[in-house]
Design a protein around this ligand. Sequence first.
Ligand code: HCR
Length: 380
Amino acid sequence: QAGEAVPAAQKSSWTSFLKSLAGFTGDLSAMTAPPFILSPTSLTEFPAYWCERPELFAAIADGKTEQARAFAVLKWFISTLKGQYTSRNESMGSEKKPLNPVLGELFYGYWPANAARGGKTTLVVEQVSHHPPITAYRIENLEKGVILTGHSAQKTSFSGGSIIVKQVGHATLTVSLPSGETEEYLITLPRLRIDGLWYGSPYIELAETSYIQSSTGWLSTIEYKGKGYFSGKSHTFKATLTPPSHVHTSPHVIEGTWHTTSKELHSGVTFHDVTSPKEEITVAPVEQQGEWESRKLWHGVATGIREGDFESAATFKGKIENEQRQRRRDESANGTTWELKHFKHIEYDPVYERLGKLFKANPPTEDGYVYLGNSPRSES
Ligand code: HCR
């Protein structure tokens, strides 16, 4: 039934929200939505989803051949999808609208070292643009020599009752080999469809194709389908890992559902399995965080949302927004611009251009954010 999951008092504001979506393109994060759909978490926390199975991230370095490492990168990537796209449904009952980060917002955390994964894995996130919202991130397991750098933005539109989200941005992964060489991977991101809006219970389905291109020539092509395509199940994917032209082996074909398990087609052997618990990132307590750190910055708003005190949440949010507006006014009066702390913007990412050519990436070039190497860890 329409609006089934919407609290009675918010049904009309949900309907107005849905109406305002029709014909809408652009920055959805800035739109006002009814309280029941608000999440207390900022988008700057989302890059942590890339590493909630840190042992799979570290295991990329253990591959003895180019093929084994490309296989491990694909396995790690597929294993992140459940966290990236179903976590809010699991923890809050449906997809929610995250807090829209402010320019300069930071999120730091780590996964501790242990025998299975080698070194500590660290995460540095910075909100590098507010309009449009762009989040840059860096994940490093330096002991293993595996590093992920990326940025994420979204372009949204509304079609056939669903929100369509084109992910803008990409990630690059580098592996330092014992030979002293560095292997690179370009990772593109799938398109999302937010379904279930009519019922007030949004969820994500992935669509179309994403790629992981290795500098060694190995290419993963991942096709995403929802209910009624390959298998009739939601969250279905088919990944094909193709060798470079000089390697004469058959491609690996993997099929399954990204939020559960998948198998290699020719052998029937399990490829990925994310039915076991994941490991959340360790973050400093709010009292020890700096004023730009996400959980400290949004503390009042998040508490209001969690406790159902939306008036207080709105007051805290208004305060943050006013401060931001004042900051921008001061900058333009002084002829200054906001300086990023951990990243430097580049118009063309050379890794994207070089590796993107190999599979005819669209667009052929993208901008990027270079990490400045000044994690809070190395500063202290
Ligand atoms: C689209 C989305 C904000 C962006 C979120 C992204 C794409 C961010 C990068 C992560 O790596 C993966 C990711 C997962 C989320 O599914 C996606 C969010 C889902 C909803 C949110 C909209 C801005 C809010 C829509 C409001 C709806 C729920 C009414």
